[in-house]
Design a protein around this ligand. Structure first.
Ligand code: ZN
Length: 161
């Protein structure tokens, strides 16, 4: 019984990010490589943030999704370089983040940012640019906590890294 890479990618597309269930781990771009040999599958992932506690959850979710799809053995390798960057998020994924209530990264991670310049973070609910940062870290280190000065709703901002 062999297992195809297509079947593996399909199964991985059904694995949600543990922190943002609205997007899959493929949307996040953390799956770097998939290889299949008979019914054994090897997956290489680059976690979003080095110390992200979600990495273990993702590893287990990948194993169970692939086993449910018919893989007999699953090996998940964590690759730390090149480091994951929010630049790997597709426009479609950013739109889905916004629909979920999280402001997507406003700048590219590689862009030099002048010290005094803070990009305008738009409220994911009402599009207002009148927002203020409440805390540099939200529920997770990868997000900052903002508040909209128009609709007064707090929201999370996915920081570019
Ligand atoms: Zn708002």
């Amino acid at each position: 019984m062999s297992f195809s890479a297509e079947a593996a990618w399909r199964a991985l597309g059904g694995v949600p990010d543990p922190e943002i269930p609205a997007i899959s781990i493929l949307d996040l771009g953390i799956v770097r490589a998939v290889s299949c040999e008979d019914d054994r599958v090897a997956v290489t992932v680059t976690p979003t943030y080095g110390g992200c506690p979600a990495t273990e959850v993702i590893r287990e979710d990948i194993c169970s999704a692939l086993q449910a799809a018919g893989a007999r053995e699953v090996a998940v390798t964590v690759q730390l370089t090149p480091a994951w960057t929010t630049d790997w998020l597709s426009e479609d994924t950013k739109a889905r983040l916004k629909a979920y209530g999280i402001a997507p990264p406003a700048t590219r991670a590689g862009e030099p940012q002048p010290l005094r310049f803070r990009p305008r973070i738009r409220c994911p609910r009402c599009e207002s640019a009148r927002t203020e940062q409440l805390a540099a870290f939200g529920a997770t280190a990868c997000k900052a906590l903002y508040r909209c000065l128009d609709c007064l709703e707090p929201f999370e901002y996915f920081k570019p890294i």
